[in-house]
Design a protein around this ligand. Structure first.
Ligand code: F6R
Length: 242
């Protein structure tokens, strides 16, 4: 694991955007795995700046989001589709044909999970996967569990994740209880992984990811097995690392 520790979230966002922009410059038809939540917001702002400065061209880029809440329509302001549209896609020249986000209102969850897996296959896998990390060590919505779930699947969100994510809703009751998430195998098959973490509340999860034993109880710990992972951390998220 390569670990980059930067002084604050501005620096973190800039560095992450630079790495992503470089990936697209070197391979314009890259498949990029994207995350939502608070952590990558600054990176998306930096990417928009780079795009406006003609430093990055998304026209041939394919994206795969990690997850979507089950039951939310794409135009629901809490959906991850809405998040992606409003924080990145509407500002850049991405071709919507190349945007992939699990369908939260699918009729058959099984069909939707299979369809998503096939789309990733068709794109030739993911070149660069961006990850955030939950306080409990989740990646995507792969929650601590007895086993690592390999493929795209439905997840029952843990109480602590519902509470953590309730900051984006008016109350914890409004947070959907289920989500569709890319599985661990889909993430691990990415050629490169960039995990971003900021803030003291992520320090324990980062410590366990880097130094703990590999266990499905800390899903991010599996990243120790990946040959090309970079963690970009602010000082607080890195504070328990030696
Ligand atoms: C979101 C996702 C989640 C988040 C994690 C951290 O697509 O995959 O794993 O990355 O919950 O969220 P924030 O960044 O809001 O702390």
């Amino acid at each position: 694991m390569k670990i980059i520790i930067l002084k604050d979230s501005n620096e973190l966002s800039k560095r992450a955007a630079q790495i992503l922009a470089n990936q697209i410059m070197v391979k314009p038809n890259s498949s990029i795995g994207l995350a939502t939540g608070d952590t990558p917001l600054g990176m998306y702002k930096e990417l928009i700046k780079l795009y406006l400065n003609n430093c990055i061209d998304f026209s041939r880029t394919t994206t795969f989001n990690l997850d979507e809440y089950y039951g939310l329509k794409p135009d629901d302001p809490k959906s991850y589709y809405y998040y992606m549209y409003n924080n990145l896609f509407k500002y850049v020249n991405i071709d919507y044909e190349n945007v992939n986000i699990p369908n939260g209102i699918c009729e058959s969850i099984e069909d939707e999970c299979n369809r998503y897996e096939k789309e990733i296959e068709k794109a030739g896998g993911i070149d660069l996967q961006i990850l955030g990390i939950g306080r409990n060590g989740h990646v995507g919505f792969n929650e601590p569990d007895a086993n690592f779930e390999a493929k795209t699947h439905i997840i029952h969100l843990k109480e602590d994740t519902i509470l953590a994510n309730s900051r984006f809703f008016t109350s914890p009751n409004e947070v959907p209880k289920k989500a569709i998430s890319m599985g661990i195998k889909s993430i691990m098959r990415s050629r490169k992984i960039l995990l971003l973490a900021k803030g003291i509340e992520k320090a324990t999860a980062i410590f366990q990811t880097v130094n703990g034993k590999i266990t499905p109880q800390v899903p991010a710990s599996i990243l120790q097995l990946h040959p090309n992972v970079t963690l970009i951390l602010d000082l607080e998220a890195a504070s328990l690392l030696k």
